[in-house]
Design a protein around this ligand. Structure first.
Ligand SMILES: Nc1ncnc2c1ncn2[C@@H]1O[C@H](COP(=O)(O)OP(=O)(O)OP(=O)(O)O)[C@@H](O)[C@H]1O
Length: 315
């Protein structure tokens, strides 16, 4: 369990965050921490404002007592991720949990320079960062698959695209939602390592299961994932006709299969290219999102700051 000492200094920074929250009449204060702290003291400092005070740490264990103190608690599961990624993820999680509006104004307090020492305050206009990501893209996808599931899969796919496995690039495919129909078009390509495991041990919201999936991603075939983020099957070869589909030149069988299954069913395909690490999302046979394999923090931001052109063609 990680802790972050509630020093006078940290208290003063949070106080300043609260003052900025008031001065700007912002919607919420986000305190990004490196571990558990004195939640009651944070609640006391913020007691003069009736706005959500969101506390985000990496592990759910470190949040014990936070909700009881009247704070909105978020577990990020992003221990080794760079600051910007954690911050961006916290904002997305806060929006997904409806602690904040996707076009709200947030004051964020965090350790920008030294771990364990709150030293930075940002005032963020969320519509600039998140409107496209949540309202247009993610909400469009959410009509098919719940936001936490699709975010977990996108995050995992982006990680696989960025890191590969043991220095080698890895490509893979997740077909999310409409499982029953998807399975009508798929066949085992080998022994499914997830077969026989209980649902909890196949749930992609769990960090350990994400690790297992990274390992299995190196093998042939696709993951078939339910709306609840549970892997129903892995190592599936999809058999769907891709007549009439249009795709960018240079994309191979995996991408065609991804687009085709998304047209044939209500599933969303999330595909990682082995050759480039790029993550592409297909819905109804069309490319709806593309994430380049640069630093993930930058990726989410670019993604939000630079919407793809309206015809969604690849460039
Ligand atoms: N129909 C399919 N269903 C599931 N997986 C598939 C299917 N077709 C190909 N794959 C997987 O994709 C892998 C790579 O195929 P290919 O190189 O043609 O894909 P690609 O779209 O060019 O992707 P990448 O950019 O990753 O190379 C195959 O080894 C296989 O594991």
């Amino acid at each position: 369990m990680a802790t972050q000492r509630f020093t006078k200094h940290n208290a003063a920074i949070i106080q300043t965050g609260v003052a900025l929250l008031k001065a700007r009449n912002a919607d919420a204060l986000l305190v990004l921490l490196d571990g558990s702290t004195d939640w009651k003291r944070i609640a006391e400092i913020a007691s003069e404002v009736e706005k959500p005070i969101i506390v985000a740490v990496d592990s759910p264990d470190d949040l014990e007592g936070a909700s009881e103190a009247g704070l909105k608690a978020l577990a990020l599961n992003k221990e080794k991720a760079p600051l910007l990624e954690r911050l961006q993820h916290a904002l997305l999680e806060a929006a997904a949990d409806e602690f904040i509006r996707t076009n709200g104004e947030i004051v964020a307090v965090y350790s920008g320079f030294h771990q364990g020492r709150l030293d930075s305050i940002s005032h963020l206009q969320l519509d600039e960062r998140m409107r496209r990501l949540t309202t247009r893209d993610l909400q469009m996808l959410e009509s098919r698959v719940p936001l936490p599931t699709i975010k977990a899969v996108i995050d995992l796919a982006a990680q696989i695209g960025r890191e590969g496995r043991e220095g080698k690039p890895v490509g893979t495919l997740f077909v999310v939602g409409d499982t029953r129909k998807v399975l009508e078009h798929s066949n085992d390509s080998g022994v499914d390592p997830f077969r026989g495991y209980n649902r909890k041990s196949r749930n992609l919201l769990d960090a350990k299961v994400q690790d297992d999936a990274k390992e299995i991603a190196q093998l042939d075939g696709a993951f078939v994932v339910g709306s609840d983020a549970v892997i129903e099957r892995s190592r599936q070869m999809l058999e769907v006709s891709h007549e009439d589909l249009t795709m960018t030149k240079g994309l191979g069988a995996r991408h065609w299969a991804a687009a085709a299954i998304s047209r044939k069913t209500k599933a969303i395909s999330v595909v990682v290219s082995q050759s480039t690490g790029t993550v592409r999302l297909y819905q109804d046979g069309h490319l709806v999102m593309r994430i380049e394999p640069m630093d993930k923090a930058v990726t989410w931001q670019e993604f939000a700051f630079e919407p793809p052109s309206s015809n969604q063609a690849e460039s």
